[in-house]
Design a protein around this ligand. Sequence first.
Ligand code: ZN
Length: 89
Amino acid sequence: MDAHNVGQAARITCGHCNIRRYYKPAELREIAGNVTIDEVRKRVRCEKCGRNEYMRAELFNPVAAEAMSIRYRRLAEIKFVRRIIWRDE
Ligand SMILES: [Zn+2]
């Protein structure tokens, strides 16, 4: 997902739940790093079924009418959770 993908949208679909969501590539880059859309596909999980194997991810260029109607799922917040890990000696 390069910087020149301006104007592109990312469509991520769960084929199991038939849920389709649209994201801004720049925001996916923020959470996944500068990786290909295929790498994104490998990392995402469906928010409904929690599975990864039915996920599809693709970049596309919305046509003008489409661009107006797409509702994006926007990145609202990134939380860093404190995890405690014990080690036995
Ligand atoms: Zn699902």
